[in-house]
Design a protein around this ligand. Structure first.
Ligand code: MG
Length: 376
């Protein structure tokens, strides 16, 4: 399988941990919940070794911890332990009965499909369109700029007007190039062919420039590399960012805290994959569904309303909600963790016309998965 090329070199293996939390037996009533801890240190999280050391330390704590004790210990971890916070936070809140349930796999129109770079995108999109995708991502800052701009115009003109096209520069443009790009995008928008947004055109260090650009042009900007997790989300919002945030849910921190912040400040969020397994994916999909649902039902500032979250469904998301950045399954070798009944892989290349399936609680499937892992 081809390794994913990143700015940090080829990425061959995705490593992480599946954690199981188990309550002690009370009247034979034992509950288990699962979470995923899959750090990406070059994105600003803890390392896998740090996460393992943290869990090892936890196991040396008194034999029985209450969920409140455990929450407090996780909360006291260093701020960059955002993958650990996600995994344990997800499991703790499931046991507390307040993790948002997610019962349907999103349909292709709710998932952004990544197009190949360059002019190959022109041949690639019709098949993805036929599969149901309506939002596409195209990487820029990969080749000669003038050539990319003309390819971009050709691509946008070839797509149906109702298609959404988002661009991702991965921080690779100069400020002059961003301005040129945004002028082109704005011109397309004035012809009824808007670009959904331009993602991270400048590196995170140029936040002030990004902020100014976001206030100058019609085409929206999104922050991705600038926001690893909740701490950066809070910081960028405090510094005035009112554009889009790409939230990598599985490394963003405690899921309920992330959701609470997004809801209270009505952030414009795109949830995105960081190559998690079905366990983490389920958690992030549940967060996305809860946020989409709260946008529609207009949650007030009292935070999460569990009775409404119980009805969360991505397919009820309002027209303003954004497609998920989860079209990455084709990068992953099947690892047995994709067999989750709620999580059939959304391989862009092989995706069938989707019909949302399965409403069973994921608990049994994760139980089976755990046994499978435990038995090697
Ligand atoms: Mg990006």
């Amino acid at each position: 399988m081809r390794p994913l090329q990143t700015a940090h070199g080829p990425w061959r293996d995705r490593q992480g941990l599946i954690v199981q939390l188990q309550t002690s037996a009370v009247d034979d009533d034992q509950a288990r919940a699962y979470g995923e801890i899959a750090p990406i240190p070059w994105f600003g999280t803890e390392t896998l070794e740090e996460a393992i050391a943290f869990l090892t330390q936890l196991q040396s704590e008194p034999a029985i911890l209450t969920l409140a004790d455990l929450s407090a210990i996780v909360e006291a971890a260093p701020s960059h332990y955002s993958a650990t916070r996600f995994g344990l936070g997800m499991a703790i809140s499931q046991l507390q009965g307040n993790f948002p349930p997610e019962t349907t796999e999103p349909a292709p129109q709710q998932i952004c499909a990544l197009l190949p770079a360059g002019s190959a995108a022109l041949e690639a999109w019709p098949k993805l369109w036929d599969q149901g995708h309506r939002t596409f991502k195209w990487k820029i800052a990969m080749a000669d700029l003038a050539q990319e701009f003309s390819e971009l115009e050709a691509l946008r003109r070839s797509l149906p007007p109702q298609a959404q096209l988002r661009l991702d520069a991965n921080g690779g443009l100069s400020i002059e190039a961003v301005k040129q790009c945004l002028r082109r995008c704005d011109a397309l928008a004035s012809q009824g062919l808007p670009i959904e947004f331009l993602e991270q055109p400048l590196p995170p260090a140029q936040f002030d420039d990004l902020l100014k650009l976001s206030q100058t042009y019609r085409t929206p900007l999104a922050l991705d590399e600038s926001v690893t997790g909740l701490a950066q989300l809070v910081d960028c919002h405090r510094r005035g960012w009112r554009g889009i945030f790409v939230v990598k849910g599985a490394i963003a921190g405690n899921p309920l805290a992330v959701l609470d912040f997004c809801q209270r400040h009505r952030l414009d969020v795109v949830f995105s994959s960081v190559f998690e397994t079905a366990v983490g994916r389920w958690g992030v999909m549940a967060m996305a569904a809860a946020l989409a649902d709260s946008g529609q039902s207009g949650l007030d500032q009292s935070g999460l309303d569990q009775s409404r979250l119980g009805q969360s469904r991505l397919d009820r998301a309002g027209p303003g909600s954004r497609a998920l950045g989860f079209g990455v399954q084709h990068w992953l070798r099947p690892d047995g963790l994709d067999s989750h009944p709620n999580h059939q892989a959304h391989d862009q290349a092989h995706d069938q016309a989707n019909n949302p399936t399965s409403n069973s609680h994921p608990q049994q499937a994760e139980e089976a998965l755990w046994q499978q892992l435990w038995n090697g």
